[in-house]
Each structure stands twice: as structure tokens, then as C-alpha cells.
Design a protein around this ligand. Structure first.
Ligand SMILES: [Zn+2]
Length: 197
């Protein structure tokens, strides 16, 4: 895949921004493979970080990206959450809570569509970092759902697959009009949506 190259003024280095695969690309439905070549981790992670930053600049949101979204079928995820970056290589669930919560989820691969779905409230994840060291992380709430979203990508599952019912998909424009700032925690006002859709 051709990478769009540009020079970062701040870092004076070549930045590799990759095209993000969009809904309908069959590669997004593939199961990613175990990442076994440590020499490739850094290159993939650099591309993921540069692509994430470009998406943030152009769309104003975005916290995580998986390698499959730039066309690399390896089990690698890059996250930025509350100022901390996470390089997750070959991540595996150690625990997913029975307790769930609901949210509107979005995705770089269909940035103008949101899905109302359910995620586990807490999780524990085992993974390797970019140096190959074994690590683990416990996550709650927003970080938990972010990790579950990216973990789904590694198995070819998209947020729209988890939409709770036929009223659980919404374009971004419509979501902005109906739900943004409606409640402090982003909860859906279901009576409004269900009455009008
Ligand atoms: Zn996504």
C-alpha cells in the first residue's frame, strides 16, 4: 500500500501516514495473525501512531487504531488515552467482566456512523510491548471499551456488528443533533430515537 509521506516540521523526520481501510474493504473482516517478527513491530507502530495523529488532526477525535486498519494483518494495536500511549502486541484477554455498560461507539473505518452497543465494564489484558516484554493492563470504563473495540478489529469484528438493535445505528450528523450534550455521560435518550426512526 502506498504511504503518503510528509515531513514533520517539529520532529524533522519523515512521517508515514497510511490510508485507513474503510467499511466494505474485505480485509477488515479478516482475522489478524500472531505478530512474530519483532523487527517489524517498530515500523508498524510508527505508521499507526502517525496515522492516528493525522486522523486526530483532520477529524478532531480518535484514541486507538489497529494494524489491520492500515492493511497489516498482525495482532498489533496502538492507543493513546489520557496522555499515555500503549503499544499492544499479541494482546489476549485475561478477564472480561460480566457487568456491561452501553455507549455510542465510532470507528476510523466508518467515521460518520455510530453504533449503540454494549461492552464489558472492566477487563484485564495480557500483551507484549514494542520491546517484547510481557505486560498486563487492567482497564475500566472508557479505556476498557476502547481496548475491546480494537481487540474486535483483530478478529474482523466491527462495532456495527454489535449494534443492539435496528435503531442502534446513527450517522454522525444525526448523532450530533440528537445526543451530543443531551446527558452528561453520553447516555442515549432512547425514547427520542425510537419514536422518530
Ligand atoms: Zn475501529
Amino acid at each position: 500500500m502506498a504511504a503518503r509521506l510528509s515531513v514533520s516540521n517539529r520532529y524533522k523526520r519523515i512521517v508515514a501516514i497510511r490510508r485507513i481501510l474503510q467499511l466494505g474493504d474485505p480485509l477488515l473482516r479478516e482475522k489478524s495473525e500472531h505478530a512474530s517478527d519483532p523487527t517489524s513491530f517498530v515500523a508498524v507502530l510508527t505508521d499507526l501512531r502517525d496515522t492516528l495523529h493525522d486522523f486526530q488532526r483532520t477529524h478532531g477525535f480518535g484514541r486507538g487504531i489497529s494494524a489491520v486498519q492500515i492493511g497489516t494483518l498482525q495482532r498489533i494495536i496502538y492507543l493513546e488515552f489520557h496522555g499515555i500511549s500503549y503499544c499492544l502486541i499479541n494482546p489476549q484477554y485475561d478477564h472480561l467482566s460480566e457487568e456491561k455498560f452501553r455507549l455510542w461507539d465510532d470507528c476510523f473505518s466508518f467515521p460518520n456512523l455510530l453504533a449503540w452497543l454494549e461492552r464489558s465494564k472492566t477487563l484485564r489484558l495480557l500483551y507484549h510491548d514494542e520491546k517484547g516484554s510481557e505486560r498486563d493492563i487492567e482497564a475500566v470504563g472508557a479505556l476498557s471499551e476502547l481496548i475491546q473495540h480494537e481487540m474486535d478489529h483483530l478478529d474482523g469484528i466491527l462495532a456495527i456488528d454489535r449494534a443492539l438493535d435496528r435503531n442502534s445505528l446513527c450517522t454522525r450528523d444525526e448523532w450530533e443533533r440528537r445526543y451530543r450534550d443531551r446527558t452528561s455521560n453520553g447516555e442515549r435518550n432512547s425514547s427520542c430515537l425510537r419514536a422518530e426512526v
